[in-house]
Design a protein. Structure first.
Length: 102
């Protein structure tokens, strides 16, 4: 498939990050897309977050502000991992495991 992004919930959310990204810490870097490498704006910040490394993926949790218990989980295939394989492996058990072991 040509899946690039999966939205598990398409609800509009107007919330701030718990730790804001500084525009001054944004620069152009190479990013590997499926169809090649292109320069993109990358945001950099040093914060304490939940993070998990598994054989197939990296997972990081980026929390919204303290007024909310919401957060965003980002999963990225490891190394030369395949996005389609990662998508196919998604399940409620996998997501529970990520959240409880990160």
């Amino acid at each position: 498939t040509n899946t690039e992004l999966i939205l598990l919930n398409a609800v509009s959310l107007k919330a701030s990050w718990a730790e804001r990204f500084s525009e001054a810490k944004t620069d152009r870097q190479s990013f590997a897309f499926r169809n090649g490498i292109r320069p993109v704006d990358m945001m950099h910040e040093t914060v304490e977050v939940l993070y998990k490394v598994a054989p197939e993926y990296h997972a990081v949790q980026i929390p919204y502000n303290e007024e909310s218990d919401l957060s965003m989980w980002i999963l990225v295939p490891r190394g030369q991992g395949n996005f389609d394989s990662l998508v196919a492996s998604l399940s409620s058990d996998l997501l529970d495991d990520i959240e409880t072991t990160a």
